[in-house]
Design a binder for this molecule. Sequence first.
Ligand code: DX5
Ligand code: ZN
Length: 228
Amino acid sequence: MADYQIAPSILSANFAKLGEEVDMVLAAGADIVHFDVMDNHYVPNLTIGPLVCEALRKHGVTAPIDVHLMVKPVDRIIPDFAKAGATYITFHPEASEHVDRTIGLIKESGCKAGLVFNPATPLDVLEYMLPKLDMVLLMSVNPGFGGQKFIPYVLDKARKVREMITAGGYNCRLEIDGGVGPANICEVAKAGVDTFVAGSAIFGAARDTDPHRYDTVVAAMRAELAKA
Ligand code: DX5
Ligand code: ZN
């Protein structure tokens, strides 16, 4: 079986209890913390920044933190996230004037670099950038909000990126973000994805009523992945 990783998006967590929420999803078997950064400019919503990332590290989170930047411009904030303990930093190519430079900046800061493609964004920049990347993130919703419906044509895009990664023999994760849950994760894995962001599917599960709610949903996702 492929090295599948589940990345809960804390966008849908209870922000008033964030440390506890992250501890609980990791204890439930999640692998990576997906950290959505929105600026009310590149996307029409506003979320969290480096201070919150640093607070999670100080709280004791040792799992990889996957910082998804939905901000424009990108470069100014990268060193701050590196200092705050980010593991991956991914950004949207449309949001940077100089994509190669931004990737270089992420790596010089000591983090792993990734590019994020909106549903309608073509994959052109991968022609030259893929060898430099640790992650490609495909959006399966339009960025800005949790709880949206999965856009099926992105599966075709996933198959294309998987072919490119395999053909080049690159060590690059293929992540998907938006509308993923137990009902479709198997199909998404079959399209070549190995890293699965899930916000509402995980944190929306019976919130505050069942102490094992995250264990149940993460286990359901793993069981589906075992069939892929
Ligand atoms: C959307 C964010 C996602 C979002 C996914 O812009 O990038 O990470 O939290 O949420 P769900 O899993 O609810 O679609
Ligand atoms: Zn995201």
